[in-house]
Ligand binder design. Structure first.
Ligand SMILES: Cc1cc2nc3c(=O)[nH]c(=O)nc-3n(C[C@H](O)[C@H](O)[C@H](O)COP(=O)(O)OP(=O)(O)OC[C@H]3O[C@@H](n4cnc5c(N)ncnc54)[C@H](O)[C@@H]3O)c2cc1C
Length: 348
């Protein structure tokens, strides 16, 4: 393992130079362009034919490079965090989030937790904005005509010059966490429909339960054996948020979708997880909340390699519409915020 890890680190630095640049612009064509992963986040760009390999599922990417063992390290903060399985998810996503340094920070448990939670960060940011976010605004229609954008918000039509879409683009079935995407309420063009209908997302299933404090493990834990497609629907992470109190709910996480398998029904998955808790000697007393969330929108290898991202990037600005949000980089806050910052620098 040590040897392969070292080799992997070196390959990423050299053969795959540019692999960690935010966003996916040019990758399928063997280019990189965006902000560097440095404290200064300076813009970088270049040509590197090898980057095309990033369209491969991560398991194939590792095999091609003779570093299959490193998957045992990367899987912990990837699959159990709801980002899918290594035989289906392109390496580009895995390595955008878990670039070498970030993954090593997980290994060394060099991690932080925000004292007041992440919601607080956005509230502080919002307080500084000239035009703060308008909450509880349900957008039911967007029409782009006459060089303007007409948005129906809470039943009233408002006129804007431009729109940046950061809500889901496409949701292909009813989901408790989110049941529509922009294709449902925009005057979507054919190119938007064609591209966005390729988007898949994870059905990440979360339950908050109370358990007997005497059964609590000391802190959160991963169930590595359940992070394979064969164990779809089983408990992968058991989250105990605070070490120093027993007065808290325990959160459980499971995936119920794999590219080549039937979707596990939501309630069946919940039951499996509750059974897993019993087997682990930590049965739930009560489920206080549960949610099957719209999570980690992405495209698969074929579309990635066919330049899905470059096609979407080429539409930026058409009909005064810009595309951002997690699909354009990766389904976490860091990558998503960084992509948005760069989008604004590029176009506004
Ligand atoms: C359970 C869970 C745990 C996570 N844990 C982490 C973590 O630990 N670290 C991390 O970095 N990331 C985490 N993430 C991922 C992170 O939250 C997302 O990647 C990020 O929020 C994506 O940002 P976004 O702006 O693209 O979309 P969102 O934050 O989802 O924002 C989209 C917004 O659009 C709104 N919207 C949608 N449709 C409409 C409409 N028609 N009208 C009006 N508004 C609409 C939605 O209500 C939503 O507020 C987690 C996500 C979940 C669900």
């Amino acid at each position: 393992m040590k040897k392969q890890l070292k080799k992997f680190g070196e390959l990423l630095e050299t053969k795959y130079k540019g692999y960690d640049v935010n966003g996916h612009r040019g990758v399928a064509q063997g280019r990189y362009e965006g902000f560097a992963v440095t404290p200064g986040r300076e813009p970088v760009s270049g040509v590197n034919e090898n980057l095309k390999d990033l369209a491969l599922p991560f398991s194939e990417f590792c095999k091609k490079n003779g570093v299959e063992l490193v998957q045992d390290i990367w899987i912990g903060p990837f699959t159990s965090f709801g980002y899918g399985y290594f035989d289906e998810i392109p390496a580009a996503y895995v390595l955008m989030y878990l670039d070498f340094q970030t993954c090593m920070n997980f290994v060394k448990i060099n991690l932080w937790t925000w004292e007041k939670g992440t919601q607080y960060i956005w509230e502080c940011l919002d307080a500084k904005l000239k035009n703060p976010a308008r909450l509880n605004s349900n957008i039911t229609k967007v029409e782009r005509k006459d060089g303007k954008v007409f948005v129906t918000v809470n039943g009233k039509v408002e006129e804007y010059d431009k729109v940046i879409v950061t809500a889901p683009f496409y949701v292909n079935d009813g989901n408790d966490g989110c049941d529509n995407g922009m294709l449902d309420y925009f005057d979507a063009r054919e190119d938007e429909k064609e591209l966005f209908s390729k988007i898949e997302y994870e059905r990440y299933t979360v339950q908050a339960v109370t358990t007997d404090p005497k059964d609590h493990p000391e802190i959160s834990y991963y169930v590595f054996d359940n992070m394979t497609p064969g164990r779809l629907g089983h408990l992968m992470v058991y989250y105990r948020r605070w070490r120093d109190t027993v007065d808290q709910v325990i959160t459980t996480y499971a995936l119920r979708k794999h590219k080549n398998k039937a979707l596990i029904p939501y309630e069946d998955c919940n039951k499996t997880v509750l059974d897993d808790l019993k087997i682990m000697g930590n049965p739930a007393k009560e489920v206080v909340n549960k949610w099957s969330v719209y999570y980690f929108p992405h495209v698969f290898t074929e579309d990635y390699a066919a330049g899905w991202y470059d096609k979407v990037e080429a539409m930026q600005g058409k009909d005064n519409t810009y595309y951002a949000g997690e699909i354009m980089s990766f389904g976490d806050m860091d990558e998503t915020a960084e992509y948005s910052r760069e989008l604004v620098e590029r176009f506004f």
